[in-house]
Design a binder for this molecule. Structure first.
Ligand SMILES: NC(=O)c1ccc[n+]([C@@H]2O[C@H](COP(=O)([O-])OP(=O)(O)OC[C@H]3O[C@@H](n4cnc5c(N)ncnc54)[C@H](OP(=O)(O)O)[C@@H]3O)[C@@H](O)[C@H]2O)c1
Length: 233
């Protein structure tokens, strides 16, 4: 996909990675629309990005999520790609997990992204793109992170089927499964305390790999364990 002029909705744009992706896409010449649940932060970012269209939506509210897609389509005059960077985490043994926390994890990390993509797909042209921020734990489920791991594994499984089903439309479905990155996400956990984590991976490398994946029509961005760097396939 050619990024210059591409119309891209970024969900979770008020988050660290969502915000950096929105800024990088804008810098690459894309026309960006934003959604997030913090109206003030969204307005500030929209202003920084030259008055980008912005809609407040909670990922757990399907009606609001659909509304955010429609508002992006109206604001940009169409839509070529969506980037979903919503996410929450929780820590603790699986046997002790709180049901309401588990529901919220799946609502934000799995079901909300599915709803947003379903709402966007009728608008995307052949050759359009979907980018989903999953996580390395989808491949390596981690102790004290069973529900977060499961919510991301479900999202990645869904992305894999979606990609195959959309093959005839040549829609890129980029499944991004980063390792730990210092964004503060783990300190905003819905429950529990984070275990000892490896040093955070480089954010700029992730943003560059996602833009590269969009340009090249890639399938995934993952950590190459031997090389210690992110690769796009
Ligand atoms: N950082 C890492 O180590 C890491 C590693 C692998 C994957 N990821 C994934 O990367 C994505 C971005 O994470 P990040 O590190 O940039 O964390 P972040 O800064 O906390 O961003 C998460 C975003 O999700 C939003 N969000 C949470 N609950 C929501 C809800 N109910 N409705 C709407 N928005 C909601 C947050 O909104 P508010 O600003 O309003 O809270 C925030 O914009 C997530 O999917 C995360 O799982 C992160």
């Amino acid at each position: 996909m050619e990024l210059a002029g591409a119309r891209v909705l970024v969900a979770g744009a008020t988050g660290v990675l969502g915000g950096e992706l929105a800024r990088a896409l804008h810098g690459a010449g894309a026309r960006v629309a934003l959604t997030g649940r913090d109206g003030a932060a969204l307005r500030t970012l929209a202003g920084d990005l030259g008055g980008a269209p912005a809609a407040v939506a909670d990922a757990v509210d399907v009606g609001a999520v659909r509304g955010a897609v429609e508002s992006a389509v109206a604001g940009l005059g169409g839509l070529d790609a969506v980037v979903v960077a919503w996410g929450v985490v929780a820590f603790g043994p699986a046997a002790d997990a709180d049901d309401a926390v588990t529901e919220e994890l799946f609502a934000v990390n799995t079901l909300g992204p599915m709803s947003l993509v379903r709402a966007a797909l009728p608008h995307l042209p052949d050759g359009g793109a979907v980018v989903l921020l999953s996580a390395i734990v989808a491949d390596a489920p981690t102790l004290d992170m069973a529900e977060y791991s499961a919510s991301k594994a479900a999202l990645s499984a869904w992305a894999g089927v979606l990609r195959r089903e959309l093959r005839r439309r040549a829609i890129t479905v980029l499944d991004v499964r980063p390792p730990h990155i210092d964004t503060g996400l783990v300190h905003r956990a819905l429950a529990g305390e984070p275990p000892r984590l490896p040093p955070g991976h480089d954010r700029a490398e992730l943003v560059a790999a996602v833009l590269d994946g969009l340009r090249a029509g890639g399938r995934e961005v993952v950590l190459d364990q031997r090389e210690g760097r992110l690769v796009r396939r």
